[in-house]
Design a protein around this ligand. Structure first.
Ligand code: NI
Ligand code: MN
Length: 226
């Protein structure tokens, strides 16, 4: 599966010809100035939770191409009130089959207010299963035993985990998470964007390697196959 990192916790994947964008936070990201959001034309935008650093560009991108938003009920309703009606509301533990594959909304241990202070429901992550492969995007979360349920039920090809510490798991907890979900192929996100989440990248990769796993850290705009 082709995956392109767009900075912070934002990335896009293409499955069955459908472009799926996750947690767009590009135009306010100083490190992603070379990415033009007008070039992004996703079919779907999946939103893990309501924080600004995950939803900042949702409306602009979605309205330019009528992307379908997928998130929890509260976030989909909020964007509906902002004028973007094309949304699919979910809640934790539920899954839905779209034309590219199945999406399950799963637990994250975090918070989820929307940018104007509105209640954003509870934060989540996504487990995507498809004919072209399976992956887990954890969103923003602490390490949690709930991740074991994912490892016990879904054979993952890769997972996208936050590693920046302070607001989420750090590298050491992300390695334990990778064990819980039984996945050795991890794309690290949610690091280096702000001062609170700066990491030592070579040390992080080395720690994963010692644990028998691979940590992929992409340049912003870089595409890889996972
Ligand atoms: Ni957050
Ligand atoms: Mn965040």
């Amino acid at each position: 599966m082709k995956i392109r990192f767009l900075g912070h916790a934002c990335f896009e994947v293409v499955i069955k010809g459908k472009n799926i964008l996750f947690d767009p936070f590009i135009s306010p990201n100083e490190k992603a100035k070379h990415i033009d959001i007008n070039t992004l034309k996703p079919d779907y935008i999946l939103i893990s939770h309501g924080h600004e650093d995950h939803v900042a560009d949702v409306l602009n991108i979605a309205q330019s191409c009528n992307a379908k938003l997928v998130s929890n009920f509260e976030i989909i309703s909020w964007f509906g009130n902002k004028g973007h009606e094309n949304g699919h509301p979910m809640n934790h533990g539920g899954k839905w089959t779209f034309d590219f594959g199945s999406v399950k909304y799963v637990n994250a241990v975090h918070s989820s207010a929307l940018p104007d202070g509105s209640y954003g429901g509870n934060p989540g992550g996504f487990v995507i299963t498809s004919d072209e492969g399976n992956f887990y995007f954890a969103g923003d979360t602490a390490l949690t035993y709930d991740m074991k349920l994912i490892g016990n039920t879904t054979k993952l090809d890769f997972a996208v985990l936050p590693i920046g510490d302070n607001f989420t798991m750090d590298v050491d907890d992300a390695i334990i998470a990778a064990e819980f979900i039984k996945c050795d192929n991890i794309l690290g996100v949610h690091y280096d964007t702000f001062g609170f989440i700066e990491i030592n990248k070579s040390e992080a990769k080395e720690k994963f390697k010692k644990a028998g796993k691979t940590l992929h850290l992409l340049e912003i705009g870089e595409t890889t196959e996972l």
